[in-house]
Structures are given as C-alpha cells and as structure tokens.
Design a binder for this molecule. Structure first.
Ligand SMILES: *Cc1c(COP(=O)(O)O)cnc(C)c1O
Length: 422
C-alpha cells in the first residue's frame, strides 16, 4: 500500500516557519481513530483495557489523548511511573511490567496502587519484604520457553529471552501468592515483537487461556485478567499489509469462548500493553535536506540523525521516506539519506529510490510515533528534537521543546569549577 504522509508540504512549511526541523510530528486524528477501533474490536470483553507502553512514546500530551478512551499506562521504570503519576494515572490505570526491578520501583508502584506484574518468582519475597505484605491484586509474567511461531513464519525464541517465569514456576508462584493473601490474579506474556499478521494475538491468547484453565485446576487460583501485552506490529514497508484489529479482536473472541467459556471462565477480562500499534504510524520525523555529496555513492545529508531515530542504525529497520511536495514525482534517483553522527550506520535509508532531492526539501520519515523519539540519545552532543502535535482541526501545538545546550550541560552544573553560561 502506498504510504502517504499525514501532513502536506504546505502545512509542514507553516509549522517549520515557527518550529525549526528536525522534529517528530504526531497525528491526533490518526491516534484517536485507531484507539477507537481497538476498543470496538474488543468491546465484546467486559473490562477490556489497553495499557499504553509508555516506553514507546513517553509524551504526556499523547498519553492523555489515549486516556480519554480509557487507556492506562504500562510502565517499567521509576521515571515512567512518575510520568504516569504526573498525568493523574493511579491504581488500576497503571500496569507495572518491569524486569530486573530495583526494589524502590516496586515501592513506588505500590504507592500508586499500580498492578504489579512480576517477572520472576524470586520477586514475591522481595515485594513482600519491601511492602510488608503483598498487594491484593497481582500478575505474573509467563515464558513458555522453546520457540513460538506464527503462521507467516515470524518467530521468536522465548527460551532465549530473559523475561517471565517457567511453566512450573508460574504454578508455584500462584500457589504462594494465594497463600500469602493475594486475592486477584492475572497472567501476562510477550512472546514476539512487531508481528504483521493477524495470527499473533489469537495464538498467544490460546496459550494464556489454556494456562489460566490449568492454573485453576492445579492451584485453585482463579485468574481474573489476562494481559496479551504488546507485539502487534505495523507495516513499515509499503509492500506489507497492516494488521486488522477487528479481525484480531473477533478471532481472540472465538478462542476465548472455546477455551475460557467452555471452562466456565467466561468472565476473565483482557488487557493489552501495546506501544507500536497505538502510536507508530501516527508519528513522522520531519527533517530538512542540508547537504548533498557525490562520491562513490549519492548522499543526502539531513538535519536529523540516529540520535533522533535510532531504529535504522540499531536494527537496520526500514522507515519509509517521502519528500514532501514530491509525493507524485518520478522516483529516478538512488540515495543514501544520512545524519551527521560520526558513525557510518547513521543512515535513515540506504540505496533508496526517491525523487530528485534539492537542498532545503523537507523529508518526512514515516512511522516514528513509537520507539522513535523515546530511543533518542545524546551521542556526538546531538540534542533531542522537539515534538509537535498536528491537531484534528489542522492547527498544531508544540508538545515538547527541543533540548538546548544548557540541557546537555545540566548534569555538570553541580560542579563549581565549570561555569557554563548559556
Ligand atoms: C515494549 C513492551 C510493550 C510494547 O511493545 P510494542 O511492541 O511496542 O507493542 C509492552 N509490554 C512490555 C512489557 C514491553 O516491554
């Protein structure tokens, strides 16, 4: 499917007249429509709730939009918990799904009333000691081990992953937790990332639903919520087909009736912890072509770099690029599109076929709404960019300012011998 930016050249120019590139731009309309579709797809399940994976895009303005539809926050660090607190989330609105967890974070999660999703059986004791007693409502993360394969060949290897408890541990964990007074129980698993197939959730659901039935039979513990976590992907490439959340919802429904319904457990509520699916396609990195270089290859240098969007450098990930205003121009040039880092992997695209790019052209790098800004870093002294929300009515709003050099130097300002003034 042809990938079309959610912003026109004209609108982008209006924004860049006030906010210099590079910046991540977000599409409020797209975020809202997608979130509504998700809740409709799971409306058959009473209690369904999406906990937005804060790590995918920790911008409070965006998370607040999702909150209007009932989404909570999935946090996995102290500052993510603090961020959830800042936007007013508490209690069941926060899922704390972390691993290798410092004890202070368990304390903070408990203070906010978050649902603590334990990654390991040893954490039962740690949490009990830290809090005096276990919270009334808790969840455990499951790792079935081995390989997990979805029909189109996308596969992952949970047996090699650091997350979750083994099958025998999870039975034991629920037995202990019940004995120690926990009253409400949930299970969680995240087995494959970025799946572009409608099969992943239904297949994962079957694993977790069957596990819930076995847990009840073996331990007497009645699971009341099941967390399908993240992993629903998006089509980064034009030739990929996106997931159909309606189909996914109704196929999970079928498995639910077949496994849980048949076992007399038809009142289990479901939740998800999606990041990428909720935000990925509704963000784009807007950057200006500032240099061109003709050596053994043709290079276009832009004013953004891997510090603003790490996925291409880190995973070799594909991000589609549109030259704004040249959406329908003939693509007859082959470019590497690069940033300025002194790292040869700082390339947004390699051998990409694009229209002729002129200096000053605005490039729209697609699908940066999740794991885009949030993976940013300061290597080479590069500063994090601004974030801008393109609102439904066509107006725009700065929702995070760009870093300035004084942000970069802020961690030295406690030393008298340096007196940076900016
Ligand atoms: C990263 C993560 C998610 C979100 O994953 P997506 O692929 O972005 O949907 C959800 N839950 C946990 C525990 C995670 O670590």
């Amino acid at each position: 499917m042809k990938k079309v930016p959610f912003v026109t050249l004209e609108k982008a120019k209006e924004i860049t007249a006030q906010i210099p590139t590079p910046f991540h731009l977000y599409d409020e309309k797209g975020i809202r429509e997608n979130c509504r579709r998700l809740y409709e797809a799971f409306s058959w399940n009473p209690g369904f709730k999406e906990y937005f994976a804060v790590k995918a895009n920790p911008n409070p303005f965006l998370i607040r939009i999702l909150g209007e539809y009932g989404c909570g926050c999935d946090c996995s660090s102290m500052t993510e918990l603090m961020l959830a607190e800042t936007i007013g989330a508490k209690g069941d609105d926060i899922m704390f799904s972390s691993n290798d967890t410092p004890v202070e974070e368990f304390k903070k999660a408990a203070e906010l009333g978050a649902i603590i999703n334990l990654d390991d059986i040893t954490h039962i004791d740690i949490v009990e000691k830290a809090l005096g007693k276990l919270p009334k409502k808790m969840s455990c993360r499951y790792n079935p081990g081995g390989y997990f394969e979805v029909s189109n060949g996308i596969m992952d290897n949970p047996g090699d992953a650091k997350y979750g408890m083994t099958t025998s541990q999870i039975f034991e964990a629920f037995r202990i937790m019940k004995e120690k007074g926990v009253e409400e129980f949930g299970i969680h698993a995240f087995l494959v990332s970025n799946t572009v197939t409608n099969d992943y959730y239904p297949m994962l659901a079957r694993v977790l639903f069957e596990l819930a039935v076995r847990i009840k039979a073996k331990t007497g513990v009645k699971i009341s919520f099941i967390n399908l976590s993240g992993g629903i992907g998006i089509p980064y490439r034009p030739d990929e087909h996106g997931n159909d959340i309606d189909i996914i919802g109704s196929r999970v429904h079928e498995v639910y009736d077949e496994v849980l319904g048949a076992a007399g457990m038809g009142d289990v509520s479901l939740c998800t912890e999606m990041g990428r699916f909720m935000m990925g396609p509704y963000g784009g990195l807007v950057t200006t072509a500032i240099n061109e270089k003709h050596i053994y290859k043709e290079y276009i240098g832009v004013d953004a770099c891997a510090a603003n969007l790490m996925r291409p450098a880190m995973y070799g990930a594909y991000h589609h690029i549109t030259v704004l205003g040249k959406e329908n121009a003939i693509c007859d040039h082959v470019y590497d599109v690069t940033g300025a880092l002194c790292e040869n992997n700082d390339k947004f695209a390699i051998d990409r076929i694009l229209p002729k790019i002129s200096m000053g052209d605005l490039l729209f790098i697609h699908d940066t709404g999740a794991h885009g800004f949030s993976m940013g870093y300061n290597y080479n002294g590069k500063l994090r960019s601004a974030e801008v929300l393109l609102k439904e009515d066509g107006s725009f709003k700065l929702i995070r300012r760009a870093e300035t050099p004084s942000d970069y130097f802020a961690t030295f300002d406690c030393f008298d011998e340096f007196s940076f003034k900016f």
